[in-house]
Design a protein. Structure first.
Length: 94
């Protein structure tokens, strides 16, 4: 492999990571908005938290993954973060 081909491969890889990080931010933002909508609609944070815990158990999800693991592998905020947001929202509203 020539040096030019190697550099082009590195550049493509770098751009994929940039795209991934940007897309992750957008997806996480949408997930937060959907979670907030579900909490407002149901008015039942305990049910939301229970659903998240059940989904985590069924999917064998890691509750609090390391940040560097979350970046490349997770398309949604990790379950622990979503549960914490629901608890904080319930605390602030109720």
């Amino acid at each position: 492999m020539s040096e030019i081909e190697h550099n082009e491969g590195e550049a493509r890889s770098y751009h994929r990571w940039q795209f991934r990080l940007g897309a992750l931010g957008i997806l996480n933002g949408w997930s937060r908005r959907v979670d907030d909508f579900a909490l407002r609609l149901s008015q039942d944070p305990a049910a939301f938290i229970g659903a998240m815990e059940r989904l985590a158990g069924l999917n064998l999800a890691e509750r609090n993954p390391h940040f560097l693991k979350e970046l490349p592998l997770y398309s949604h905020p990790w379950v622990g973060r979503r549960i914490d947001r629901a608890r904080n929202r319930a605390w602030s509203e109720g």
